[in-house]
Design a binder for this molecule. Sequence first.
Ligand code: NAD
Length: 286
Amino acid sequence: MNIGFVGLGIMGSPMAANLLKAGYVVTGYDVSPARVERLAALGGKAAPGVVDAVAGADVVITMLPDSPQVAEVAPLVIEYGRPNLLYIDMSTIKPETSRWVAQKAAAAGVRAVDAPVSGGERGAVDGTLSIMVGGAAEDVEKARPVLERLGTTIVHVGPAGSGQTVKAANQIVVGGIYGLVSEAIVLLEASGVDPVAGLDVLAGGLAGSRILELKRHTMVKREFAPGFRIDLHHKDMGIAVAAAREAGVSLPLTGQIAQLVAAARAQGHGSLDHSALLKVVERLNA
Ligand code: NAD
């Protein structure tokens, strides 16, 4: 099976590598030529543009930063894809953009699903992502064998766009936990308690989480190499706040998390990992 892959960044690159390992023929494109070369070095095919990545593909996957990039690339996928193409957009974008893509795809005889992911770079590398899939049931089932090479939890959550709504909910929880772990570290250190020992206990109790498991040591050491950039989380909090507004619900903590992430960005930390929320909480206290 031929897979076209567009967007070979922190996530897309290891995901494409896992598809190669699974035996798929993967033709990749990214605006950064170095990223395309990296895929070619692993045995993938280099495409000079989106149209070349899409030509002859049975499945096209996009893993792009945000809605504008998907709105730019998706029409090319739909126009140049073969009839009955399966198009899986795995970027985190606005639910309305995913619905727009799905409508455009359906009108052209392309099957489209939105399949954003959670699990971070580690999950992408290990092929253990959680994947929330929106779309028609039969299209989701068609996508499942490919998605199973990328993740271990794959759930069809509803019609087109609902994968993105679930992802927005995910980002609220992830941002909130980072904020609270940051506050815990600041409290422990200000009280003269070893944060490593303190967080070890938290990680083993009811407060335990994947974030504490994976990130507590780097947070205490102030290592903030991405991972998932603050800039992207800022984008996701914008999606979450807009989704709440559209659904007509009040999410006060979501508002606060969005502001903390915005502060991290305003303080110049946009390209750091989102665990750098700790820097904002520290600055509130310095
Ligand atoms: P990234 O910025 O590392 O990768 C995006 C890639 O898309 C880059 O290589 C960029 O050059 C390329 N690109 C941009 N515009 C393009 C275009 N028009 N055509 C072709 N290529 C283009 O971002 P990432 O961390 O890999 O994240 C990708 C998506 O996955 C985002 O929506 C993000 O929110 C989501 N996500 C990221 C993580 C994470 O931990 N990094 C986790 C879950 C979800």
